[in-house]
Design a protein around this ligand. Structure first.
Ligand code: AHR
Length: 329
């Protein structure tokens, strides 16, 4: 495995500085070789606190770094890209050893990631990807395969309606516009159902991954599509908002209008066990330990895997009831 010590990266930065180039880059330890783990400083820029998934993800990451004895500087971007860019710039200025972040949207990162690169600070993507032609801008991307998640949701729909000869009218509640999970879950789902034209996505709108957004959009879309049969929500929080809207319209969620969603957080799993959601595709927020391992590998001069895909499953009503008592998030 290729050795790439943080210290050597810093030495490279010093050479660049001597040559008159920009970039301080002495952050990652000036001696060649790993730093003691308890001297590492990692800057993490989180998307926000839009969902139960996100809260679980934040808790897990903070706990994993605390357990590892690594100083984690944490900032909440409140779903705004400009806040994440500011946070990353501040971590560069503070010369942290590694920057990790979960990008709120896919595009628009090249400039700030080039600044981190010039400062020789390794960047790790967690949960969400960036859309950049230059994959040297980050060391590793740890997170789910969102296209696969969308496909699993679509495959459940295919199976659920396999005997139906009637049209199936679908409302899609999209995640945050421009975010990788919103783009990819829509793509995977469309791919799965495209072979059968009885399935039609009659409306698709963003609920921004929030419960309030899911409720508001469902209220409006049920009025314009009173014959909808199914809601595909890009996360549980929007599905839970949709349940409130369906009940307020005098209908039974899970029966009059079926719901399939993604995440499998406790509240979603409870709704599934109660029959208000019909199927959930898991998206695990428990990325903390793997992120710590990646940081340690970089510190040791090892090259982490470029893409680490999270292991995930799916849940039916019975499986949710069985999993709930020991569900971690
Ligand atoms: O990026 C992961 C997604 O972001 C989760 O599915 C959603 O709940 C969160 O807000």
């Amino acid at each position: 495995m290729k050795k790439k010590f943080l210290g050597l990266a810093a030495a490279g930065a010093m050479l660049l500085t001597l040559a008159g180039c920009a970039g301080g880059g002495t952050s990652a330890g000036e001696s060649a070789g790993p730093k003691p783990v308890d001297q590492l400083v990692v800057g993490f820029s989180q998307v926000g606190s839009e969902s139960g998934w996100r809260t679980a993800n934040t808790t897990d990451i903070q706990a994993a770094f605390k357990d590892a004895g690594i100083d984690l500087k944490f900032s909440d971007a409140q779903q705004k890209q400009e806040n994440q860019i500011k946070a990353i710039r501040s971590y560069i200025q503070q010369k942290v050893d590694v920057i990790a972040f979960s990008p709120v949207v896919e595009t628009g990162w090249d400039a700030v990631l080039n600044e981190a690169k010039a400062a020789n600070i390794p960047v790790v993507l967690t949960d969400r990807a960036v859309d950049s032609a230059d994959d040297s801008l980050y060391e590793s991307f740890l997170g789910s395969d969102f296209v696969e998640e969308g496909k699993k949701a679509g495959e459940w729909v295919l199976d659920e309606y396999k005997d139906s000869t009637e049209p199936v009218k679908i409302i899609q509640l999209e995640g945050t516009t421009g975010a990788a999970p919103a783009i990819d879950r829509a793509e995977g789902f469309a791919e799965a159902i495209k072979g059968d034209d009885k399935f039609e996505v009659v409306a698709s709108q963003t609920g921004d991954f929030t419960r309030a957004g899911g409720k508001q959009v469902t209220e409006a879309l049920l009025k314009s599509n009173p014959d909808a049969n199914l809601i595909y929500a890009h996360n549980d929080d929007m599905a839970l908002g949709a349940i409130e809207a369906i009940e307020a319209a005098g209908l039974k969620p899970g029966v009059d209008i079926k719901i399939v969603s993604v995440d499998a957080v406790k509240d979603g799993m409870q709704a599934l066990a109660d029959g208000k959601i019909n199927f959930i595709v898991e998206c695990s927020p428990l990325l903390g330990k793997q992120l710590v391992d990646i940081v340690k590998q970089i510190n040791d001069g090892d090259t982490p895997e470029k893409r680490i895909i999270t292991e995930e499953t799916t849940f039916t009503k019975d499986q949710a009831a069985e999993a709930l008592p020991t569900r971690q998030y």
